[in-house]
Design a protein around this ligand. Sequence first.
Ligand SMILES: [Zn+2]
Length: 61
Amino acid sequence: MRRLEGKWADCDFCGEEESNVASRVWQEADGELRDWVVCLFCGTSNARRVGHIDRGIDPEA
Ligand SMILES: [Zn+2]
């Protein structure tokens, strides 16, 4: 797991700051890259799109 920075660091659900971590990125069948974002404070998790195999990881993710 890695700590997130910037806009992804803060939990949208409980509002805790810099509480989000991300899992390793995996590839969907259609080439989309995804990871899980998990809030260490409230435990809410969310899959998000982080890029595409043809374009690589989105630098904002
Ligand atoms: Zn939270």
